[in-house]
Ligand binder design. Sequence first.
Ligand SMILES: [Fe+2]
Length: 322
Amino acid sequence: MEFYHAALQTCRACRLETGEKVVVFSDSQKNPVLADAFYAAADSLGGEVVAVYVNAQKAPLVDPPAAAVAAMTEADLVFDMATQPWLYTASTRKILEGGARMLQFLVSDESIIARYPTPEISERCARLAARLQGEVVHIASDLGTDLTVRRGGRPVHYQDGAVTFPGDWDSLGVVVCAFAPVESEADGVVVVNGPVYAGPDLCYHVNTPFEMVFEGGRVVDIRGEGGDAARLRAYLEAVGDPNAYVIAHAGYGMDPRAGIQGVVDIGNWESYDGGINIAIGSNNIPQLQGRTACKSHVDAFVLGADMTVDGRPVIRNGRFVD
Ligand SMILES: [Fe+2]
């Protein structure tokens, strides 16, 4: 029942109209109740719904079977519940270019139930993301964060967890904005006191805040007592690529329903309202238009901090300024 309510709200936020073709794409490792709920909700709103079910892929970024891609290419709206992400594949491009709008499901079942998209979230998200549209972004905190980055005209990319127009793509429960700073323009100190995430191999809550020191756009030192700083240092050393240390994006979460504690759920962490994201490593995706290619991308979160954009306060003590 909880899934059904979330499914109905999601269909409405994605502006499902009577007669639209909907594909619910799921696999052998996903909760079948989730797919059933979205099938029933889309059907009840007059969608022409088709369920496509495949064996789960063993690795990310693998194209789905051709018959599944064919069905999705014919759709107006795709609910992509595949266990492994396949965003950066030729199939995704083909489906979006065909005019489908596609919503990915990677957050936990709890997040789907608690943080489905709504028109109110979308409106607030657009309004708050617009505040990042400046040139000089400064982040500060009582713990000692003092970082300045420059946008250099790069786009501010934001997601509200809903898809509303042909070719639109988004991920349910991801309510975040960010931009890729100029690669040589990040200077100062970031004191990381929120989670650190780089995929299954590096994913933890920080118990002892530590410093990432940026000079000329790169992390030149990671300082801190205890294991939290050492874990990130060791991970980056193992990657063994100088690009792993380059600033990748800066931005913030905008979903008041998101929490930072509990199970690993990067969608929850990056959406945390007023939480600041600072990332290093790869950022050469079209949405960000960054220039760094790298096999790693590390997100680090700064909570309870301040942000100004061109001197205007946007976040104070972790809360958006009215
Ligand atoms: Fe990131």
